[in-house]
Design a protein around this ligand. Sequence first.
Ligand code: GDP
Length: 364
Amino acid sequence: GFKMGIVGLPNVGKSTLFNALTKTAAAQAANFPFCTIEPNIGEVAVPDARLDKLAATAGSKQIIPTRMTFVDIAGLVKGASKGEGLGNQFLANIREVDAIAHVLRCFEDDDVTHVEDRVDPVADADTIETELMLADLESIEKRRAGLVRKLKGGDKEAVTQDRLLAAAQAALEEGKPARTVQVDAEDLKAWKMLQLLTSKPILYVCNVDEGSAGAGNDFSARVAEMAAEQGAASVVISAQIEEEISQLDPEEAEMFLTEMGLDEAGLDRLIRAGYELLHLETYFTVGPKEARAWTIPAGTPAPKAAGVIHGDFEKGFIRAETIAYDDFVTLGGEQKAKDAGKMRAEGKQYIVKDGDVLHFLFNT
Ligand code: GDP
């Protein structure tokens, strides 16, 4: 599955957010409830109204949303790259995630200490980014030194690695994160394997006071501006409100949101923003037993998409019977879509589209 790491300075609201994410009634109601793998790792159902529509159309007994994993990565402080705070442990945690949700304190509260004694989310973002850049620089130097012997031997993989590491190093030495490096398509795999901390996409999460949960405030506006400059994404959320909502059952939560003048829980927006950030898409399998959502990266060919369900589906792939979401719902289900000529047989080259309802045929 896909993993988002929650990072941020101490006392910005990371744990509050993580608890809200993983304890929410929606997460628990889902057939794959949130489960704590470790105290700081939780799985969350990805909200998708289309799945409910599909299930209603097909009369599916069960609804199984797709999931995203969140990891609460504590211990990021100034000097972390030099081993301050939890140091290396948290750096290792960040290496393993697909994207970073960077929580920034955008609320004033004299009772909650700020490590720098001031509320300045843009400066905080910079502090953390600097630590991550320093950590990357250090690991790049070590790794390049370790490659010298292989390079002399003409090892092809080592040559590619060293070339990519050198490009990242040049960017970092100019004070730019590794994600600013232009990487050719054929190098993408090797680039990802480098697991550079500053190559991961970032979603800035502005933790605002309760009154600003809808429109945001001056702090979050400055973060949005910074995010736009970096080509990053940002969302406004009040971790405290989300934590309160997470204790309510779905109807109560709905009423609470209406009272607050919010049309959607912030967590739903956060999860969807993560999905967009990672260029993820959803396809569905729908039958009388269950309607289920599956996550794939955008641009995934049908056999690979089938492999998300089971490796055998990919290996023995024959074809995918495909109905677009709109056709399935407006025509009234699989048989009716088929009768209307809206079911297509797609082969190995087919690139799955967001919202496709798929049925795979495969050899065993
Ligand atoms: P972490 O260190 O980043 O995990 O931060 P916590 O989630 O433990 O939050 C630190 C403190 O800030 C706690 O006392 C929270 O109750 C408080 N806090 C978190 N979010 C908000 C918020 O949106 N508004 C206010 N006023 N306090 C918050």
